[in-house]
Design a protein around this ligand. Structure first.
Ligand code: AMP
Ligand code: ZN
Length: 471
């Protein structure tokens, strides 16, 4: 499988050290609902994880939850986003964190995004961050200034690992754009631990060798990843905005701490923009899964919309683009609904179409080509059993609920038939009996059964609920 690697700026052959892929994902900052841009990134990562499993790998995937330390500016400026959320809603930071973490995973569920096996809130790992910062200080990669601890980027041979920047940017001295933090020795130095800063109102603080304070954002991903996945990472994922400074700083810290190369492949997902430009949570009303549903879109349509574009291309959201996706998804499902499960699986045909699907995804996760491979199956001159087996298999990766939605289309909802006065009365008695059984009022349930029996009506309990017929 070839995957684009931001580190080498190349499509690299993916070659993990063994059959277990160690995969780390930057999780959400839980100060607000996730917007559908955030979720585009998690959909792409979900396809990647599922396709690795489809290809026979075990995947050990870890995600953090950012519930402290992420400031409104990614370079240690602005306010803590969690604190802003708490102020906005007049709640505590931990209340906000819990609420929006749950909301995030509820959105993921709607979009068939698998929850990683290990999910770690940053606030649960403060001791690990302190241990890592202590080692960085001991090794001379960090310094204290003005009460805070900073990473010293001038100690690295190469700091800008993802793109070529002007080397001058690393020079010592306060220069334009550094902001008010005159404690920093170099422009790109970043905070590992804050004790003194302008954030007096910081709600969550912990004791540390450098005083009571709180961690910087970048250290959490390095420390959680090292603890959960060990000193060698196969894939690290995130949205493209995380490449700099967040991931750049993660590499700086982790490799300085370990003394060796850390992560082989960096998987970055380009942004979803709205028609006015960047999508952001701070813009007031923003696009969420709930809003899509309110406007009548099945979350699967959004997943389909994302899969129809390549994860390394900017995707522009508009309501008309969603309508087109809805029409196209609906047609796809309707065509699948027409396939009858006839014949036996034809293994040769199965292998042929499965390898086309794999070929698409093996080429840097080309999901739209994988959907084309799905259409090829639908159109193919092969029997229904083979088609349905292939569709079920592809959907392990695509996760578009294709067969379940097709099944719903196949069985048209039954028109509620008109009931006569007596029939309506019987139905009402059965409903009362069902409720009596729920309330464990067995005497009343039996009584109703007997009244009906006396009227020549037999009640039968089926998995679909009670049914009645005349004797
Ligand atoms: P956050 O909750 O801000 O920490 O972001 C969660 C994830 O969403 C990160 O991987 C970001 O890089 C990613 N992300 C942020 N904005 C967008 C966007 N407009 N489109 C795609 N991914 C995004
Ligand atoms: Zn991260």
């Amino acid at each position: 499988m070839k995957l684009y690697n931001s580190l080498t700026r190349n499509k690299d052959e993916f070659a993990p050290q063994d059959n277990t892929v160690r995969m780390y994902t930057c999780g959400p900052t839980v100060y607000h609902f996730a917007h559908i841009g955030n979720l585009r990134t998690y959909i792409a990562e979900d396809v990647l994880e599922k396709y690795l499993r489809y290809s026979g790998y075990d995947v050990k995937r870890v995600m953090n939850i950012t519930d402290v330390g992420h400031l409104t500016g990614d370079s240690d400026d602005g306010e803590d986003k969690m604190l802003l959320g708490a102020k906005r809603e007049k709640k505590t930071v931990m209340e906000i964190a819990k609420f929006y973490e749950d909301a995030f995973f509820a959105d993921c569920k709607e979009l068939n995004i698998r929850k990683p096996d290990t999910v770690v809130p940053a606030t649960s790992r403060i001791a690990d961050f302190i241990e890592m910062i202590t080692v960085l200080l001991e090794k001379g990669y960090a310094y204290t200034a003005g009460g805070n601890v900073y990473f010293d980027t001038s100690k690295l041979d190469e700091y800008y690992v993802f793109s070529k920047h002007n080397a001058e940017d690393l020079e010592v001295g306060v220069r334009e754009g550094v902001g008010e933090d005159s404690n920093k020795r170099n422009k790109n130095d970043f905070a590992l631990w804050f004790t003194k800063s302008k954030f007096d109102s910081q709600e969550l603080k912990w004791d540390s060798p450098w005083g009571v304070g709180y961690p910087g954002w970048h250290i959490e991903c390095s420390a959680i990843s090292l603890k959960e996945l060990g000193p060698h990472l196969d894939i690290h994922c995130g949205g493209i905005d995380n490449a700099f400074p967040h991931h750049t700083n993660e590499i700086a810290q982790s490799e300085s701490y370990l003394g060796h190369h850390w992560c082989d492949l960096w998987f970055h997902v380009r942004h979803l923009n709205d028609e006015t430009g960047k999508m952001s949570k701070s813009k007031g009303e923003f696009l969420t899964v709930s809003l899509l549903k309110e406007k009548g879109f099945d979350p699967m349509v959004y997943r389909y919309f994302c899969l129809m574009s390549h994860y390394r291309k900017v995707l522009v959201f508009s309501w008309s683009a969603m309508e087109n996706a809805a029409v196209s998804y609906d047609k796809l499902v309707a065509r699948i609904a027409q396939i009858a499960p006839d014949g036996e699986i034809d293994t040769e045909a199965y292998e042929k179409y499965d390898s086309k699907f794999r070929e698409a995804l093996d080429n840097d996760l080309n999901t739209s080509l994988a959907v084309t491979a799905l259409y090829d199956v639908i159109k193919a001159d092969i029997n229904g059993a083979t088609k349905l087996a292939l569709i079920a298999s592809f959907d392990k990766v695509l996760s578009l609920d294709l067969l379940a939605h097709a099944e719903k289309k196949r069985v048209p909802e039954q028109e509620p038939k008109e009931l006569s006065g007596e029939e309506a009365e019987i139905e009402a008695m059965l409903a009362e009996r069902t409720q009596a059984k729920k309330d464990k009022n067995w005497a009343r349930a039996d009584e109703i059964r007997n009244i009906l029996k006396d009227r020549g009506i037999i009640v039968e309990d089926t998995p679909q609920g009670p049914k009645w017929k005349r004797i």
